[in-house]
Design a protein around this ligand. Structure first.
Ligand SMILES: CC(C)(COP(=O)(O)OP(=O)(O)OC[C@H]1O[C@@H](n2cnc3c(N)ncnc32)[C@H](O)[C@@H]1OP(=O)(O)O)[C@@H](O)C(=O)NCCC(=O)NCCS
Length: 182
């Protein structure tokens, strides 16, 4: 049986926030952080699965604190949960102000990554060996996140894609919109 530990998957990326990463408000652009999260998730998943991986879904991205230019952002990632062909990579993002030593937790999020073979077909990922209670807790959280993610997909399909026009119109009651086409 092909199996790996959580530690086998662990990766940290650290990057200095340079002035060109700033948005119009002078803080680091959220898209820069998202791109770094995607990179660390890719490295973590492909290291664990030993194959090419793609991003399937992202859960829980919330920017809890702004990141300033000049800070050092670290993204710690590990595989928390494995399905058959996918993994949930947990990422913790911290930002360090090197001059003062102030450390901020800016985000924790979960990237679902799928393993693919050279032909682009989904391929099985290794079994995950859980070596302590913290890893077991994260695995169970991952299982709940997977359930939510699939339920959300079904919910959106049922409630947003296949909805009749009148129901859509009814949904706008008490909302801050004006329908100018009916
Ligand atoms: C995501 C993708 C792999 C799903 O393919 P599919 O044929 O619909 O696959 P299935 O429904 O059989 O599910 C395959 C796996 O994906 C998981 N999955 C599918 N949709 C999911 C979602 N919205 N959230 C979380 N997991 C999801 C399934 O649970 C299953 O996991 P498992 O094998 O670990 O049990 C496929 O749509 C894909 O390759 N998308 C493109 C991804 C990509 O290119 N990303 C880069 C963005 S630029």
């Amino acid at each position: 049986m092909n199996k790996k530990t959580v530690s086998d998957s662990e990766v940290t990326i650290t990057e200095l926030m340079i002035p060109s990463y700033a948005n119009f408000g002078g803080k680091v652009h959220g898209g820069i952080l998202l791109s770094l999260m995607d990179k660390v998730a890719y490295v973590c998943a492909s290291k664990f699965a030993q194959s090419y991986c793609v991003t399937v879904a992202v859960e829980g991205v919330e920017f809890l604190n702004p990141v300033e230019v000049g800070e050092l952002v670290s993204l710690k990632a590990s595989v928390n949960y494995v399905g058959r062909t996918t993994m949930i990579v947990g990422i913790r993002v911290e930002s360090l102000q090197p001059r003062t030593g102030e450390l901020k937790h800016t985000n924790s999020c979960y990237f679902t990554m799928a393993a693919k073979d050279d032909e682009g077909h989904l391929r099985e990922v290794p079994f995950l060996q859980l070596e302590n209670e913290k890893e077991l807790r994260r695995f169970c959280e991952g299982k709940a996140i997977r359930k939510l993610s699939l339920e959300k997909r079904e919910f959106l399909k049922a409630n947003l894609v296949d909805v009749p026009l009148q129901e859509r119109i009814d949904m706008t009651v008490d909302e801050r919109v004006e329908l100018t086409f009916i």
